[in-house]
Design a protein around this ligand. Sequence first.
Ligand code: ATP
Length: 306
Amino acid sequence: MNEIVRIDNLSKKFGSFVSVSNLFLTVNKGDIYGFLGLNGSGKTTTIRMLLGMVHPTKGSVSYFGKKLSDHNQAIWNQVGYMVETPYAYPNLSVKENLTLFGKLRGINSQRQIEETMEMIQISAYANVKVKYLSLGNTQKLGLGKALLHRPSILILDEPTNGLDPSGIVDMRRLLYTLAKDHGVTIFLSSHILDEMEKLITRMGILHHGQLIRELTMNDFKAVRKKSLRLKFANGNPSVVTQLKRLGFSPQTLENNEFIIKDQHSVNHPEQVNKKLASCTIYPSNFWVQQETLEEYFIRTIKQNGG
Ligand SMILES: Nc1ncnc2c1ncn2[C@@H]1O[C@H](COP(=O)(O)OP(=O)(O)OP(=O)(O)O)[C@@H](O)[C@H]1O
């Protein structure tokens, strides 16, 4: 089945405050779905409803076509999650912790524990007590707990929270490997948009509890703004006139930098370069600037009332 999660008209009110409003969303097999939103936009509330930790005011959540309910506990055999820095016993080693958490889930196979440690790339620390682990490795261990029963989908709320830059990159690579090599579908929220840009295959932007945009990474690559940038080593007051004479409509930035935005030029920078050279205009830097996910996210939020 392609559709793993379906969120259908989901809303949550706390008193009169609407935290999540009329949310429709699907997560398909193989997605690495980035759930993006500012602080307080309703991401955690949604994730808690996905995990049955918060009861929706309205709407439903389904996994594999079956609605989440108290009578359908078997669903949790296929779901793994990490919603906050997960607990581990500090005086037990990584392996002892996973063995213990495995037993609580009815998993007694040492092989499965070893395989889990390989999946989360922590085997080198198998015998290290958890209290001596870095935060990055503690988060990996949390992922290991979530993966012990080999779920089809992993739901993660801010998995890189508190990690240093190298821990963040490590976590991104690990999640990519889990999706690519182990076929795990991932739904995750994060604030670190430049990392998300390198990882996710689809995204939903949540704003004031509403899903204001949903698109694939390929859609994003097609719709993001692009412009041609020219930078000159030295100031030349006639550049703008020369560029206009060549048919361009340049905008001037600081530091002898100019932007050309017309689509033909952006799509054919080599033709622009040729024209410039024919008039002995030689920029020291010449490149196509693409809107980053962070810039696109901020633009989308602003278009929706900021
Ligand atoms: N139990 C609660 N009672 C009252 N209001 C709540 C409760 N839980 C969340 N909220 C409110 O709902 C809104 C959404 O909160 P939520 O934690 O889901 O946002 P978030 O997008 O996860 O933010 P962050 O990125 O800061 O974690 C916030 O305004 C928050 O104050």
